[in-house]
Structures are given as structure tokens and as C-alpha cells.
Design a binder for this molecule. Structure first.
Ligand SMILES: C[S@@+](CC[C@H](N)C(=O)[O-])C[C@H]1O[C@@H](n2cnc3c(N)ncnc32)[C@H](O)[C@@H]1O
Length: 310
């Protein structure tokens, strides 16, 4: 049963599935409903969402339109979110959902590893890292209060882990600013802010990850993160190469634009510039609506011999 759940999730996670393959994967996923971890965005939205950075445009209607337009990317897993989650607790966005899908689709990246999750939010990735049998999961957040919903999420969904025999992952919560890497990890996973990064350079967190992860990772360590097509994924792959990583895209999924994108004129200018420069790789339109592609990048640290001696 457990194997089927993973297989169903992995197959359905690839965007290039034919309609028939997607339907088959979806059926396979429903067949294991009682044992698999289910992630249904309409369920996720049951909890109130007031985070100032996550505008209330992720409505039931928005979710339904997503499902109708892009059915194959939805896996057969569902996570319950604590009713107590609200306020500054971070609910999954398209980036968060896709990053979570990657945890579900590629458990082997995390199995037996010491994983650091930067900015854990309500724990949508944390639970799947445990599900993937990470040896340890260290979750960072900006303040301790935000870890509480993550703990509650694990508690609420622990039956799913029990169904899957649990893992023995050691879970540790630490308060640590995003880019202060005071740790060593086999894998760093994160969903970095982009559109509303609060930085003069929107790509600040993506670039900082590329620059800073190397020293925090063990030999052959991996950096896994989600980013939008509007954040220039080619630039990310090139930067990672320059920092001696083997980088590739392991999963992608399409989402209609969030309402707030179109309200930020500077963002629109930047995206249009990228659209022109890349020959239309920033976004596309479907039914008259703009669509972004969220990628999950996996970057593996390569050995590097400094060639300068002082
Ligand atoms: C984009 S959300 C990702 C949440 C979750 N991992 C997901 O993908 O749905 C970013 C998270 O980082 C946290 N965060 C924001 N600023 C931070 C900082 N300076 N240091 C550490 N965490 C921060 C936020 O509270 C939020 O939970």
C-alpha cells in the first residue's frame, strides 16, 4: 500500500503526463486514499488565512479553476491544517504546494538525511520530510510562535505517519534568520520569498541560497527549492553552476497568476522585461489568463578544488 501511494504521487507529479496517464495516476491515488497522505488545496483553505503576504485571492473558486485547468499536478495526498492556524502562520501558496509535492514525489532525496527546512511555515513540507524518513528535520522560522502551528500540524497528521510506520525523524525547531546558516545539512529545502521578498532585488533570497548553501552543505549535499518562471529559472541554473552545483529541475506545475502580481507595477515591468529577454519563458496565457510555472530545483554540491594559493 505504501509503495502504491508513493508511486501514484510520483507519476501524477510530472506535468508532461498525457491525459490518460494523469487519469490513471489519479485513479491509483484514490485507491490508496485511506493510507496515503492527501493534499487537497480546498481542505488546506478550510483554516482561516490572514497573512499579509498571502492575499485572500486563494479562494475556493481559484482552487477549483486550478484543478480544472491543470488537473495532472494534483497528487493523491491531503494534509489537514489545524483550525488554530491563522494570522502570521504561513499557508501554502502555489510555490508552497509545488515544493510540498516535490517532497512527496522524491522521498529518496530526504530519506536517511539530515535536512534543514528554512522557513517551515505551518509544516506542509515538514510532515512530508518525516514521511520521507529523513533522519532529522531542523525547521527554522523567524520567531518561535510560528513554530507552534508546525507542531500542531504534525500532531494533527501524525496518524498518517503512524499508518506508514512512522520514521523516527528527529524534529528540531530553531529561530534563525533565513540566511544565517549556522548549521550543516545533507539537504536544505525551502520555498524562498520572491514577488514580495521585501528586498530591493526580488531575487535576493534565491541568489543568497545559491551563494550561501555550499558551505552549509555536507559533501554531495543538496539544495532543493521552488521558484517561479517569473524569477528566471535559467539564471538560477546558471548561478548554481557557477557555484559548483549540478542543478536540475525535478518538478514543475502551472498556476494562474495570483491577483496581487498584477497590482505591482514594478513587478509587471520586470516580468515583461524577462518575457521579452527570454522569448516568452516568464509566463504564458491560458483562456486569457496569465499562468506562471513553478519549478522545483534540485542542486547537488560538486567537489571543488580552489586553484588559487596565497
Ligand atoms: C514562503 S513561506 C514558506 C512556508 C512553507 N515552507 C511553504 O512552503 O508553504 C516563508 C516562511 O519563512 C518565514 N520567514 C519569513 N522571514 C523569515 C526570516 N527572516 N527568517 C526565517 N524565516 C522567515 C515565514 O514566517 C514563512 O513561514
Amino acid at each position: 500500500m505504501r509503495g502504491s501511494a508513493f508511486i501514484a504521487g510520483r507519476v501524477a507529479g510530472r506535468c508532461q503526463l498525457t491525459a490518460a496517464e494523469a487519469a490513471a495516476a489519479s485513479l491509483a491515488a484514490s485507491a490508496v486514499a485511506s493510507k496515503a497522505v492527501y493534499h487537497d488545496p480546498t481542505v488546506l483553505r478550510k483554516a482561516p488565512m490572514h497573512h499579509q503576504l498571502v492575499e485572500a485571492d486563494i479562494t475556493k473558486e481559484w482552487r477549483r479553476a486550478q484543478l480544472e485547468a491543470f488537473p495532472s499536478k494534483y497528487h493523491g495526498y491531503r494534509l489537514a491544517v489545524p483550525e488554530s492556524a491563522s494570522g502570521d502562520d504561513w499557508f501554502p501558496t502555489p510555490h508552497g504546494i509545488t515544493c510540498t509535492d516535490a517532497c512527496f514525489a522524491f522521498p529518496e532525496i530526504f530519506r536517511g538525511k539530515d535536512v534543514v527546512e528554512l522557513g517551515g511555515g505551518i509544516g506542509n513540507q515538514t510532515i512530508l520530510l518525516i514521511h520521507a524518513q529523513a533522519r532529522s528535520v531542523t525547521v527554522t522560522e523567524i520567531d518561535d510562535s510560528r513554530h507552534n502551528q508546525n507542531r500542531a500540524m504534525l500532531e494533527l497528521n501524525k496518524g498518517l505517519l503512524h499508518n506508514l510506520d512512522g520514521t523516527g525523524s528527529v524534529v528540531t525547531y530553531i529561530v534563525q534568520d533565513w540566511m544565517r546558516f549556522k548549521f550543516r545539512a545533507d539537504v536544505i529545502i525551502t520555498n524562498p520569498p520572491f514577488c514580495m521578498s521585501g528586498q530591493p532585488r526580488r531575487r535576493h533570497f534565491i541568489d543568497a541560497l545559491c551563494h550561501l548553501s555550499r558551505d552549509a552543505l555536507t559533501e554531495d549535499g543538496k539544495l532543493v527549492f521552488s521558484q517561479s518562471s517569473m524569477a528566471d529559472v535559467e539564471q538560477t541554473l546558471q548561478t548554481l553552476k557557477e557555484y559548483a552545483f549540478d542543478a536540475k529541475i525535478i518538478l514543475s506545475a502551472d498556476f494562474y497568476w495570483r491577483d496581487y502580481y498584477a497590482k505591482d507595477e514594478k513587478f509587471l515591468e520586470e516580468v515583461d522585461e524577462l518575457q521579452q529577454r527570454t522569448g516568452g519563458k516568464a509566463y504564458y496565457t491560458k483562456g486569457g489568463k496569465r499562468v506562471e510555472r513553478i519549478y522545483v530545483v534540485e542542486a547537488t554540491k560538486k567537489p571543488f578544488e580552489p586553484n588559487l594559493k596565497h
